[in-house]
Design a protein around this ligand. Structure first.
Ligand code: NAD
Length: 358
């Protein structure tokens, strides 16, 4: 079979650090595994436009491997051209870069390595909440500049203790974020999700479900976004919903950039409706140089905790999603059943409820 992988370039770092498995150079550690079984393996980072390697090779590939960190966008148009395609594997979590409806219609299976990086992301969320609430980034920048003016930082620094934190989406990542926040003695931990948490988990965390989205956001000092991107969450955090946030709330989005409206979030930060915005996901990746989130600031010149998309691609996470990808491929070659939790689209239907209530 022909297997095509779209990965990011690691350049010098990937040569020096072989554990950077999700790179073009290190090929998820799959080349020997695939070639020893007689498969052809093409790896590229070239993914945009009709002249890209992705567009060229997808035409006769049987299997596509992608990562959310450098998403190969498998549009309906490319699905139509991919006559041999049977399986898409996301090395990581989050398969919104695949046109899932088109995959359902064409009976192309879509699997991801469920759970492989959820702890990595939950840790990043906790870090991002703390750095916004405590006004860390401007404080560090001040030190690098050679300045020292404590009042300029302390005027917008708070404790997390006593605040109300809520997660939009309380699946694997959202529930882990709440678990990790429990020792911070917040005033309340809230969640909004159309699937309630199991009762024992809810009471162990001490979390409360809020069923109305506007009630939810208007109750929180901090909102963290942890839902997949699908028709029901795209552009969900827009000017209208932001107007229901508490004035001066902090927003953290490590789920998908397109869940938040880039211009509306930037305007909310500028106006003081948001005190801070942090996360690592962008509506287009790599983010263009002029993307407003690179430089958006609150009125005091802080409140920006954006990074490139890396929360779920720590070296620990890469080891897990590389091994998980190999396992999915071996199951497929052997005709063995897959781990049900990994299956987003099975043969001709959605198997996961996470991509919208269908
Ligand atoms: P999950 O499937 O375990 O949980 C998702 C939760 O969102 C589910 O409980 C689902 O019911 C809920 N949900 C879906 N649509 C909703 C809606 N409209 N309103 C409220 N709740 C809704 O998934 P997970 O493992 O927690 O991952 C969540 C997402 O995080 C992924 O789909 C991916 O987009 C993102 N992610 C990002 C990174 C990163 O590196 N930044 C890494 C992993 C995952």
């Amino acid at each position: 079979m022909k297997v095509l992988a779209v990965l990011y370039n690691g350049f010098q770092a990937a040569k020096a650090e072989p554990r950077l498995l999700g790179t073009v150079e290190n090929e998820l550690g799959l080349r020997a595994f695939l070639e020893s079984q007689g498969h052809e393996f093409v790896v590229t980072s070239s993914k945009e436009g009709s002249d890209s390697d992705f567009a060229k090779h997808i035409v006769d590939s049987d299997i596509l491997i992608t990562t959310p960190f450098h998403p190969g966008y498998l549009t309906r148009d490319l699905v139509d051209k991919a006559k041999n395609l049977k399986l898409c594997v996301t090395a990581g979590v989050g398969s919104d870069h695949i046109d899932l409806n088109a995959a359902v219609e064409r009976k192309i299976q879509v699997l991801e390595v469920t759970g492989s990086n959820v702890t990595s992301v939950a840790e990043h969320v906790v870090m991002s909440i703390l750095l916004l609430v405590r006004n860390f980034v401007p404080a560090h920048e001040m030190i690098e500049r050679g300045d020292w003016q404590v009042s300029d930082i302390a005027r917008n620094a708070f404790d997390l203790e006593g605040k109300i934190v809520g997660t939009l989406g309380a699946g694997r990542i959202g529930s882990r974020v709440l678990q990790r926040l429990k020792p911070f003695d917040t005033k309340e931990l809230l969640y909004y999700d159309y699937a309630p948490l199991p009762k024992d988990v809810e009471s162990a965390i001490g979390a409360r479900r809020v069923e109305d989205l506007e009630d939810f956001v208007s109750s929180c000092d901090v909102v963290t976004v942890n839902t997949p991107l699908h028709e029901g969450t795209k552009n969900l955090i827009n000017r209208d919903l932001l107007s229901h946030f508490k004035r001066g709330a902090w927003l953290v989005n490590t789920a998908r950039g397109a869940i938040c409206n880039a211009e509306d979030v930037t305007a909310a930060l500028k106006s003081g409706q948001l005190n801070g915005y942090a996360g690592d996901v962008w509506n287009v990746q790599p983010a263009p140089r002029e993307h407003p989130w690179r430089t958006a600031k609150n009125e005091l010149g802080g409140g920006n905790g954006m990074t490139p998309h890396y929360s779920g691609t720590t070296l620990d996470a890469q080891a897990r999603y590389a091994a998980g990808t190999e396992n999915i491929l071996q199951n497929f070659f052997d005709g063995r059943p897959q781990n049900p939790a990994d299956v987003i689209v099975g043969a001709g239907k959605y198997e996961s409820k996470a991509y919208g209530q269908r």
